[in-house]
Design a protein around this ligand. Structure first.
Ligand code: ADP
Length: 253
C-alpha cells in the first residue's frame, strides 16, 4: 500500500508539472487557431479553407487535452464518474488508430481494430483517446517497419479486457518494474518523455480499471508486448452475435 501511495503522490506532482506545461502551451495554441482563422479570411481556395478548418479542429483537440490535464492536476485526485459518458470502444480505438497513423506515414505497419462494433463502456472520451494514442505509439515505436499491431476486447462477466499487442522488440525483464515511473524512457532525447505510461496509468485508475504489461507477448518467439487494460463493463452494453469484420488501417509510404 505504501508503495502505491508513494506512486500516487509522485504522479500527483507530475500532474502539477504537467499543468504548468499545459498552461504554457495554451497561449501559443490559441495563437495558432487565430492565425488559421485569419488565413481563412484571406482566401476562397477550397483546399486552403479546408486546411484552415483542420488546423482549428486540431487546436481545439489540444485545448481539450490541456484542459483535462489541468483539471486532473487541480483536483489532485481521481475524477468521479459524473463526468463520464457512454462511449463506443470500437470507434474510440478507430479514432486513435487514425491519429497515430497520420503520424506514422511511410511505415508499413498495420493496425487492426478487433473490438466488437457495439461494445460500450463508461468513461471520458478525450482521456481514453489519450490512453490508446499513447499505447499505439509505443507499440509502433517498438515495431519493425512492417509490424502488426492489434487491439482486441475480451469480455469477462463484470469487466472488459482490452489487449493491445505488438510484435516488436519486447521489454527486457529488468526494465519492467520501471515502466510506470515518470520520466522512465529508453527512447532518444526528443522522442520520449517517459510520461506516456504514467499518464495512461492515471487515466485507467480514474476509470476504475487496471493495467498490466506482458512482455514478451509471444513466449515462443520471445518478442512483442501485450498491454492488458481491464475496465468495468457497462450493464447495458450490447454485443453483436457476429463478430464484425476486422478493420484494418494499413500504412504505406
Ligand atoms: P515514452 O514513450 O516517452 O518513452 P512511456 O512511459 O510511454 O514513455 O514508455 C516508457 C518506456 O516503456 C518506453 O521508453 C519503452 O522503453 C517501454 N515501452 C512501452 N511500451 C512498449 C512496447 N509496446 N514495446 C516495447 N517497449 C515499450
Amino acid at each position: 500500500l505504501a508503495r502505491k501511495l508513494a506512486h500516487s503522490e509522485r504522479l500527483a506532482s507530475i500532474g502539477r508539472f504537467a499543468a504548468g506545461v499545459a498552461h504554457e502551451i495554451g497561449n501559443p495554441v490559441t495563437g495558432i487557431a487565430c492565425l488559421a482563422q485569419n488565413l481563412k479570411l484571406e482566401t476562397e481556395q477550397p483546399e486552403v479553407l479546408d486546411t484552415g478548418d483542420q488546423i482549428v479542429d486540431q487546436t481545439r483537440r489540444i485545448n481539450r487535452i490541456v484542459q483535462s490535464l489541468v483539471r486532473f492536476a487541480h483536483t489532485g485526485r481521481q475524477e468521479g464518474p459524473e463526468h463520464f459518458e457512454v462511449i463506443n470502444l470500437h470507434e474510440t480505438v478507430a479514432e486513435a488508430i487514425h491519429l497515430v497513423s497520420l503520424d506514422r506515414r511511410g511505415r508499413q505497419q498495420h493496425f487492426y481494430n478487433d473490438v466488437p462494433a457495439s461494445l460500450l463502456i463508461s468513461g471520458d472520451l478525450q482521456l481514453l483517446l489519450q490512453v490508446f494514442v499513447n499505447l499505439l505509439n509505443n507499440a509502433s515505436d517498438a515495431s519493425e517497419e512492417a509490424g502488426d499491431i492489434r487491439v482486441e476486447a475480451h469480455l469477462q462477466e463484470q469487466s472488459v479486457e482490452v489487449w493491445i499487442t505488438d510484435d516488436g522488440t519486447g521489454i527486457p525483464p529488468e526494465l519492467q518494474s520501471q515502466l510506470f515511473e515518470p520520466f522512465f524512457t529508453t527512447k532518444e532525447p526528443g522522442k520520449g518523455t517517459g510520461l506516456g505510461l504514467p499518464l495512461v496509468y492515471n487515466i485507467i485508475a480514474q476509470h476504475y480499471g487496471n493495467i498490466e504489461i506482458l512482455s514478451p507477448a509471444n513466449k515462443k518467439q520471445n518478442k512483442g508486448t501485450r498491454v492488458v487494460i481491464t475496465l468495468p463493463r457497462l450493464q447495458e452494453d450490447t454485443i453483436p452475435s457476429q463478430q464484425p469484420e476486422t478493420d484494418e488501417e494499413g500504412l504505406s509510404g
